[in-house]
Design a protein around this ligand. Structure first.
Ligand SMILES: [Zn+2]
Length: 273
């Protein structure tokens, strides 16, 4: 059940913004999302990446502004519909979408999966849906990207049984009841942000999502600090989460981050026709 991670878009930013001591060179960051199959749950997606709902068509002024500032360049061959087709599936085959948090670059493709069950932090979702739009803009959250029935399709990750993760990572939530995929709380980046530990690979993999934007920044001395701290939900929790991810890596775990510009053995080979 090796997961693959496709790239939905590039967002270009100076290296300095995501790595302390980095250069001013502008680096294309990826916006990954994951795909795997589970013997019982079937086809599962981990977030959805960026999609056209962010970049064109009718949108609120705040979402237009967000798009203008971040300017994601969609990768057409990396969009979920295309990637799923290349893997022999259609969007209708996706039974479950795990949402690691509710930022636009993780939920923008949800409308492709109107029947999928969602696994997410139900309490955080409830709070977001009650918030006024202006409060969410600063957090990169847009309720217009969330399907109207999202809450009713959501299974609360915090209600799932806990289980010890490998390599001292701590306790996670056993998403499918067989220990194969554990949700690991990694607070700091966004409210309720969590990663996923795939335990039954030759080397356990922690998909640490947005715990940092590149692996080098996981070390204490390489956290980008200002201005990245400004957009963090909780800067000190972010430092702790990065330490937890790095410790897992140092004892032999594999780590993948959503935006890391470096290639990963888990990347879906998009150039393959
Ligand atoms: Zn995020």
């Amino acid at each position: 059940m090796k997961p693959v991670f496709a790239n939905s878009a590039f967002v270009t930013a100076p290296e300095r913004l995501f790595l302390r001591g980095g250069t001013w060179r502008r680096v294309p960051l990826k916006v990954r999302y994951g795909i795997f199959t589970h013997p019982e749950a079937g086809l599962v997606l981990v977030d959805t990446g960026y999609g056209p709902r962010v970049t064109r068509g009718p949108r609120s002024p705040s979402l237009r502004l967000y798009n203008t500032v971040l300017h994601p360049e969609l990768v057409l061959e990396g969009q979920p519909g295309t990637v799923l087709r290349k893997l022999g599936f259609t969007p209708h085959d996706v039974g479950t979408v795990i949402l690691t948090h509710f930022h636009a670059d993780h939920v923008a493709g949800l409308d492709l999966f109107p029947k999928a069950r969602i696994i997410a932090k139900a309490e955080v979702l409830g709070r977001i849906l009650k918030q006024r739009a202006w409060k969410s803009l600063g957090h990169g959250i847009f309720t217009e990207l969330l399907p109207a029935d999202l809450a009713s399709r959501t299974l609360d990750v915090d209600g799932i049984s806990p289980r010890e993760a490998p390599l001292g990572l701590g306790v996670g939530r056993d998403l499918f009841g067989d220990g194969s995929v554990l949700a690991i709380d990694l607070p700091g980046h966004a409210e309720g942000h969590f990663g996923l530990c795939f335990t039954d690979l030759p080397k356990p993999l922690l998909y640490a999502v947005d715990a940092q934007w590149c692996t080098d920044a996981l070390g204490d001395e390489r956290h980008p600090g200002f201005p990245a701290n400004l957009i963090a939900d909780d800067a000190s929790a972010l430092v702790e989460s990065a330490r937890r991810v790095l410790a897992f890596r140092q004892v032999g775990g594999a780590v993948l981050l959503c935006h890391d510009p470096a290639a990963s053995p888990y990347d879906f080979a998009q150039e393959t026709p």
